[in-house]
Structure formats: C-alpha cells, structure tokens
Design a protein around this ligand. Structure first.
Ligand SMILES: *Cc1c(COP(=O)(O)O)cnc(C)c1O
Length: 388
C-alpha cells in the first residue's frame, strides 16, 4: 500500500473552499506585518506603499478575466459581489425596469438577492435547466421583455460543476440590450474567461475558491456610462463610491496573487485535473457501474465530481465516508436529508438525489488520494448494499 503519505481525512471539498496556496501567503506576509498603512492615506509613504500593492493586485485580477483595472471593485467575497450586482443595478434602474432573470440552480446568495428585489417590486423569472444542468438559450430569449433589466447566470455550478454557455447568453443579452451578470466564483482561475468576448457586464469573484484568502472577492463592473449601481455600503466612497470601507491590502494582494498563480498554471493544471477526474470516475465505475455522474458529461470543470449511488442510504453512506472530507447532495437542515434544490432542478429522482456526494479534486489532490477515495467509496457502497 502506498498510502503512508496520505493524511486523513482526505480533503475533497474544494467547492466549499480551497486551502491558501503557500506562495499566495508569502506575497501577503509583508502586508500583515510591516506594511500596515491605510491604502486610502494619500499624504505619506505608509499609505502609498499599500495603495501601490492594492493597485498591482487589481491589475492581476483584471488580467485574469480580460478586464481593465478600473473595472474591478474589491469586496468581501462573491456573496457581497452578487448582492452588489443584483441589488445595486436593481435599485439604480428601479424607475425604468422591473424584471430580472436568473436560474433555479444559482447559489443561494443570488437567489436570496433576487428574492430581496422581488420584495422591492421586481418580478423575477427563475429559468429551469435541462437534465444536464444547462440553461436553454431559447428559453432565455423568450423570457426577456422590454422591462427586463438584467440576466444573472452563474459560470460554473458549485454543486455539479457544469459550465454554462456564457458566450451564447452574452450574445442574447447584447441582442436584447439587457445587462449580463455572472457569478464566476467557481470558474475564475479554473477556465479561461473573457468578459469582453462573452459580453459580460458584471462578474463576481471569490478569493477562497481559487487558493486565495477568505474574506476577499471582487466585482467586475463594465466601464462606461451605460452601467450604474447603487452602492450597498455608505461611507467614505472608496472603490469609486461602489464599496465604502478601508480595503485590506493583505487580502487584496492575496486575491491578486491567487489570480496570477492560477492563470499562469491554468492550462497545465486543467490537464492534470482532467486526468484525476478520469482516474476517479473510471475507478468508481469499474466497481460500481451504476454510479451516475450528475450534470453534463463534457461541459464541466474537472475538479467537481457529483455522483449518485442507486440503492444506498445517502446519510448512512456519508457517515461511513469519514476518511473523506466531502459534502453530500442533500441539505441536512432537517433531521430528514432533503435532496438539494440543485439536484432537484435537474429532475434527478429523489431516491438518487438523496444518495449523491460531491467530490472535489483540486490543486493539492494526489493520485494516491484519488485511489484511496475510490477504494473507500466503492467498498462502503458495496457493503451498504449487502446489508440491506
Ligand atoms: C462560494 C460561492 C459563493 C460565495 O462566495 P463567498 O466568497 O464565500 O461569499 C457564491 N457563489 C458560488 C457559485 C460559490 O461557489
């Protein structure tokens, strides 16, 4: 056995968060120790040196998505970015528009921001997805009216890893003259993104999903007079008035460094992850041929493997997989595990959805860990089935 180097439990929850890359921490360290100036202090060296660091980081974030520096607003994370995009645009344009469009499988912070706008007078269309998790472009086109302000569709789904057709959605939004916002928390640093090519007006980014620190994110806001937002935070008018409050230079530097690191390694890392994805799925299927991969077969990022195991009690299986840090496809808010709303939206039968597990593969996953995970999953599923 080669698992002497494996430390248990094996981390396979990369969609929930990622560990901070040591190279990113190294870049952050000077701003957690000696360089403590307020980046908004413009009259002395302490402020200048941290302001410079913040602007270098802003350029790194912008470069990752094909944006300009002035189009990047630092926030506390993708939750805040999604709130700012949806509520900010909604409130600014309230007198002119009263309809927004999103998708049933979005992250809660998008859905709850939309619900807040419904309470403020907007009507919201929640588009369904096909069984593969992809939004239908014709359905999107038909739901846009002259009262529609914006369309918000996530780039990559956090539960099943499917990639939406950003270029197609962007083209529809441009043709119908509505704003296009995308929650790219699971996409940035993992796949090439180009806000100009795909006609994206706003994009939400999260530091801790791409090996950066927690508590930092960004909202890309297309420059030009066309797109205006009402800020959520009132105060000193930092970040072009869109996000008041003193920036954390260490966290900004961490986000910039994480973006630059991920961009530089993206092509090679995607190939490595694809290999581990195939190794994992093939390994599971060799012993459990009826395991179902949730989401589109090909339009997906390799780091997210959502699998359903027929004829197994999902709660029991998760309890048995103590050696893996994974998350289930069920929301355990109540004593009875309910299938997640994302799996439900795919039309996955309840008995399958309750036995779904999301395995995350990431930058620090080793082949030995993949093999260990295959072993423990297949042996536990087999044992649970025999026990019935
Ligand atoms: C993690 C995540 C968020 C929330 O990001 P935070 O930075 O933790 O606020 C939003 N959307 C998606 C798709 C995510 O995966």
């Amino acid at each position: 056995m080669s698992d002497a180097k494996i430390s248990l439990p094996i981390y396979m929850d990369y969609q929930a968060t990622t560990p901070l890359d040591p190279r990113v921490l190294e870049d952050m360290m000077p701003y957690l120790t000696g360089k403590f100036g307020n980046p908004h202090s413009s009259s002395h060296k302490y402020g200048w040196e941290t302001a410079d660091a913040v602007e270098r980081a802003r350029a790194q974030v912008a470069a990752t998505i094909g944006a300009q520096e002035k189009e990047i607003v630092f926030t506390s994370g993708a939750t805040e970015s999604n709130n700012l995009a949806i509520k900010g645009a909604g409130r600014f344009y309230r007198k002119y528009r009263d309809h927004m469009i999103t998708v049933a499988t979005e992250h809660k912070c998008v859905l709850e921001s939309m619900a807040a706008m419904e309470r403020e007078g907007y009507s919201v269309t929640y588009l369904p997805v096909a069984a593969d998790g992809i939004v239908d472009l014709d359905g999107l086109r038909e739901s846009i009216t002259e009262r529609t302000l914006l369309v918000s569709v996530m780039s990559v789904n956090n539960e099943i890893g499917v990639i939406q057709n950003l270029a197609g959605i962007g083209a529809v939004c441009r043709e119908r003259r509505v704003f296009f916002h995308t929650d790219a928390a699971q996409a940035v640093g993992k796949m090439p993104l180009d806000v100009t090519a795909d006609n994206i007006d706003m994009m939400s980014i999260s530091g801790h999903k791409l090996y950066g620190p927690k508590g930092i994110g960004a909202l890309y806001v297309r420059a030009g007079a066309r797109l205006k937002l009402d800020p959520i935070m009132s105060g000193g008018g930092q970040e072009g008035g869109l996000r008041s409050g003193t920036l954390s230079p260490a966290l900004c530097v961490g986000l910039g460094s994480a973006c630059a690191t991920a961009s530089g390694e993206m092509a090679a890392e995607a190939i490595r992850l694809r290999g581990q994805f195939d190794r994992f799925v093939d390994g599971i299927r060799a012993r459990l041929p009826d395991a179902v991969l949730n989401g589109h077969r090909h339009r997906r990022i390799p780091g997210n493997v959502s699998l359903s195991f027929p004829d197994v009690d999902g709660a029991l299986l998760l309890a048995r997989l103590r050696e893996l840090a994974v998350s289930s496809g069920a929301a355990c808010a109540s004593a009875v595990a309910e299938p997640s709303y994302v799996l439900r939206a795919l039309g996955i039968p309840e008995r399958l959805a309750q036995a779904s597990i999301r395995f995350g593969i990431g930058r620090f996953t080793t082949d030995a860990e993949i093999d260990y995970a295959i072993d423990t999953v297949t042996s536990n599923v087999t044992r649970l089935r025999k026990a019935v």
